[in-house]
Design a protein around this ligand. Structure first.
Ligand code: SAM
Ligand code: DTB
Ligand code: SF4
Length: 328
């Protein structure tokens, strides 16, 4: 097996990213076949447990309070509501459940206590639990881990150089610090980005470089196509071409062979054929259910049809842990 590398250079990544797209897909598919069970796709479901009213200024985000996007601020959902939705997701074939909150950072208050209970409740259903709640301290990460959290999603979104154009209310370093806190607590890191925000190919390459040169590659890497939302500064942006998603996914697969590469936001506008290209290029995870956090996503039935058509199988939950248990 080719080794897992954490010392990729920018030039190497550039050369991988810029090769003819069919050659790139072929190489990524070859790595995918070596390291992953091809034909198997992880099925995750998102739930926005605390929607809207966020104090940050992320230019892409419909939940930032300062933009008029029609997304109203809601208070935290109740434990019962969340566990009900998690059960629906499980019954719909999902194995990972990700709870999102429109917070800048987690505070040590009663809302966090409630999220801790939700994590326990969803974990008890046998789902891999993930949260995305903004910035975290080491202690908060440890509390989430103890409650049964599996992974924490915290995206770098783009390159460090482009970051200030997109968000001014926090720094790239703030993000990296949270990622380190998550890792220290023994949680899996889920970290990726968004394409289609006006960044250059070099910005995309630099983001991939930052991810692939971390001492530990993220366990999952979501690749989002910008969902351009009216009222945000990125309203009216052209949709990314499927070839751009493919290039990003394939390069991520080659650089981080063991990661789950998630074809995330943007699927609602993609045909089965376009999604098939992404799977061929190494994507092996999706979000299902008719909503992402606030924007539409293909529903369970459409995805079931796609799985049948492409002969895809849902990946079982806790697969790595089960394999390790058998090996020991
Ligand atoms: N507030 C937390 C944070 O920012 O980390 C968690 C929720 S936030 C909505 C999670 C991620 O969703 C963002 O980091 C971003 O990558 C993605 N996202 C948000 N709006 C998006 C959009 N319009 N298109 C694509 N991805 C988006
Ligand atoms: C990720 O990378 N993409 C998801 C999840 N992690 C939290 C969120 C996508 C949000 C798209 C816009 C919305 O639905 O509000
Ligand atoms: Fe707030 Fe997260 Fe949206 Fe930024 S991406 S505005 S932090 S909810």
């Amino acid at each position: 097996m080719t080794e897992i590398r954490n010392d990729w250079t920018l030039d190497e990544i550039k050369a991988i990213y810029n090769q003819p797209v069919l050659e790139l897909i072929f190489k990524a598919a070859t790595i995918h076949k070596k390291y992953q069970a091809t034909g198997e796709v992880q099925v995750c479901t998102l739930l926005s447990v605390k929607t809207g009213g966020c104090s940050e200024d992320c230019a892409y985000c419909p939940q930032a309070a300062r933009y008029s996007t029609g997304v109203d601020a809601h208070k935290l959902m109740t434990y019962e509501q969340v566990v009900d939705k998690a059960l629906d997701a499980k019954n719909g074939g999902s194995t990972r459940f990700c709870m999102g909150a429109a917070w800048r950072n987690v505070r040590d208050n009663s809302d966090f206590d409630k999220v801790i209970d939700m994590v326990k409740g969803v974990n008890a259903l046998g789902l891999e639990v993930c949260c995305t709640l903004g910035m975290l301290t080491e202690d908060q990460a440890a509390r989430l881990k103890e409650a049964g959290l599996y992974a924490y999603n915290h995206n770098l979104d783009t390159s460090e150089e482009k970051y200030d154009d997109i968000i001014t209310t926090r720094t790239y370093n703030d993000r990296l610090e949270t990622l380190n806190n998550v890792e220290k607590a023994g949680l899996s890191v889920c970290c990726g980005g968004i394409i289609g925000m006006g960044e250059t190919d070099d910005d995309r390459i630099k983001l991939l470089h930052t991810l692939a040169t971390r001492p530990l590659h993220p366990e999952s890497v979501p690749v989002n196509a910008l969902v351009s939302v009216k009222g945000t500064p990125l309203e009216g942006r052209e949709r990314v071409k499927v070839w751009e998603m493919v290039r990003m996914i394939a390069t991520a697969r080659i650089l981080m062979p063991k990661a789950m590469v998630r074809l995330s936001a943007g699927r609602n506008e993609m045909s089965y054929e376009q999604q098939a290209l992404c799977f061929l290029a190494g994507a092996n995870s999706i979000f299902t259910g008719e909503k992402l956090l606030t924007t539409p996503n293909p529903d369970f039935d459409a995805d079931r049809e796609m799985f049948e058509l492409l002969g895809l199988k849902p990946r079982e939950s806790f697969k790595v842990e089960k394999q390790e248990a058998v090996a020991n």
